[in-house]
Design a protein around this ligand. Structure first.
Ligand code: URA
Length: 220
């Protein structure tokens, strides 16, 4: 893992670029416009698993006594309540199965937001989350941190519902979106596989990979 270099006002300490060779290799395959819907979806799933590994690296452990077939010993387990995975619909769903394969007992919150194509503002159409968010670590999932409008709105909503320990996980981030997100929620660290060059006039990440939702679901 690499701390991102500080640019455009982004605090390096709160952004982690996951530069694992498997992640970078799979990301390049995903960017290729010739990748099939099936291939794109599978790769997003696989990267989801790898990002879940990285984003949980510092979770606190607590001692637990167990019995092996030979002796009693003190092992460790992850402390506290199960995590919450909070995909932002619809593209965030692409990370979900891959993450659940590593975190099978995690709870899932669904955050339904779409980008108004003219204003690029986030519009909420669905929200359902566990009631005890205040006691859990919440991983917000969205492959693309572009304008950051959806990401900021999702965190606003989860905080309103009591969440205090949040982490944002994406595949690609635009420097503009990162700066805006960190300005709005400096307490929420970000994990990403890449910080790309810039956002274009339509709010797409460049070089990017196009519309993640459309590529996952074969829509458009
Ligand atoms: N959402 C996407 O799916 N792609 C982008 O490039 C930006 C936002």
């Amino acid at each position: 893992m690499q701390a991102a270099s500080a640019r455009d006002g982004v605090k390096a300490a709160s952004v982690t670029v996951v530069d694992h060779p498997l992640v970078q290799h799979k990301l390049t395959l995903m960017r290729d416009k010739a990748r099939s819907t099936k291939g794109f979806r599978q790769l997003l799933n696989e990267i989801g698993t790898l990002l879940a590994y990285e984003v949980t690296r510092d979770l606190p452990l607590e001692p637990v006594e167990i019995e092996t077939p030979l002796v009693t010993m003190q092992g460790v387990q992850i402390a506290g309540k199960k995590l919450v995975l909070a995909p932002i619909l619809r593209a965030g769903i692409g990370f979900l199965d891959g993450m659940l394969s590593l975190l099978p007992s995690a709870r899932v919150a669904h955050v339904g937001l779409y980008r108004d194509p003219d204003s690029l503002e986030a519009v909420e159409y669905y929200f359902k989350a566990p009631s005890d968010l205040a006691d859990r670590t919440v991983l917000i999932l969205d492959p693309m941190l572009a304008t950051a409008n959806s990401a900021i709105a999702a965190v606003d909503r989860l905080k309103e519902r009591g969440a205090r320990d949040l982490r944002f996980v994406c595949l690609l981030a635009a420097p503009e979106g990162l700066a805006k997100f960190q300005g709005a929620h400096p307490d929420v660290p970000v994990w990403t596989a890449s910080i790309d060059s810039h956002l274009n006039d339509h709010g797409y990440i460049v070089p990017g990979l196009g519309d993640a939702g459309d590529r996952m679901y074969g829509t458009r």
